[in-house]
Design a protein around this ligand. Structure first.
Ligand code: ZN
Length: 289
């Protein structure tokens, strides 16, 4: 079985496809694995963007709900399939391939079989809200890097604008929500060892939120085009988010989905909040439909 080709990176919301397997992995439901899919499954290794939901239709029949999309691991040697919610298999483990399963109630479609042609439809309103939230999250990260650049006493990895990548260095958890995101950052021993002037950082922290918001809105206004590349590959492929900004291209590794029209994200707002001694949270909000 070849792994599912995913078409969400280019923003696809529907696909005609073929069922390749129906493993018994979700109690009381079909897990419909297909040769291609526009559905984004939850990434167990970096679960920032939630799974798509939507509908499925067998040719000539009414659409039925797809509750969620899951990542299905296929053991290359034995063909055995499993979900990987516990992340016990490494993403890059060559002994496994990754396909996408669509969870559909068994009562909704009594009969399905491998080889059958079906159509898949992603819930447009939810997808749009998540795509806008995800793009806002990336722009906020780049703005955070710009505003906190002078707080690193040693050199760390730079982002695509040439600023120290504070976001990647400190991020602990990222959650994309509808028209927004919530990112948590940790300033522990490893951040201080990497060169973060943490005392100075916390002393100036209260001014960061407004400065990041200003910078983020300037960046959005200058973005001309957004893409996620490469396209036409399986889940395993590493993808990059690319945004053209004047004569530069912003780049960030990303397995998610983004809005093609950044102007709808203006004006974006950002709230920064300290959580305890060594953590802070950045919330972003972009305008809804
Ligand atoms: Zn991303």
């Amino acid at each position: 079985m070849t792994p599912t080709i995913v078409t969400y990176p280019e923003g696809d919301e529907s696909a005609a496809c073929t069922i390749t397997a129906l493993p018994d992995l979700v109690e009381g439901a079909w897990c419909v694995v297909t040769d291609r899919t526009p559905f984004h499954p939850l990434d167990p290794w970096w679960p920032d963007q939630p799974a798509d939901r939507g509908e499925l239709a067998v040719a000539g029949k009414a659409r039925v709900p797809v509750d969620t999309a899951v990542l299905v691991g296929v053991d290359v040697a034995s063909g055995a399939m499993r979900l990987n919610a516990d992340k016990s298999i490494k993403r890059a483990d060559a002994g496994w391939q990754w396909s996408v399963g669509h969870v559909v109630g068994r009562q909704a479609v009594p009969e399905l079989q491998a080889g059958q042609s079906i159509e898949l439809f992603v819930d447009h309103a939810f997808r749009k809200a998540i795509a806008c939230g995800h793009t806002g999250c990336h722009v906020a990260a780049i703005a955070l890097n710009a505003v906190t650049a002078s707080y690193w006493d040693k050199s760390i990895r730079l982002d695509s604008l040439g600023n120290p990548d504070t976001d990647q260095q400190l991020i602990d958890e990222s959650r994309i929500v509808e028209y927004g995101s919530v990112d948590r950052y940790r300033i522990g021993k490893s951040a201080r060892k990497a060169g973060l002037a943490s005392e100075r950082f916390w002393a100036d922290f209260d001014g960061f939120g407004a400065a990041i918001e200003r910078r983020a809105n300037e960046i959005i206004a200058d973005i001309r085009r957004i893409s996620v590349e490469p396209v036409g590959t399986s889940f395993r492929e590493r993808r990059m988010w690319k945004a053209s900004l004047g004569d530069r291209t912003l780049e960030m590794p990303c397995g998610g989905v983004h809005t093609a029209d950044p102007t709808t994200l203006l004006p974006m707002s950002i709230r920064l909040e300290r959580l305890g001694a060594d953590e802070f949270q950045m919330k972003t909000f972009v305008p809804g439909a």
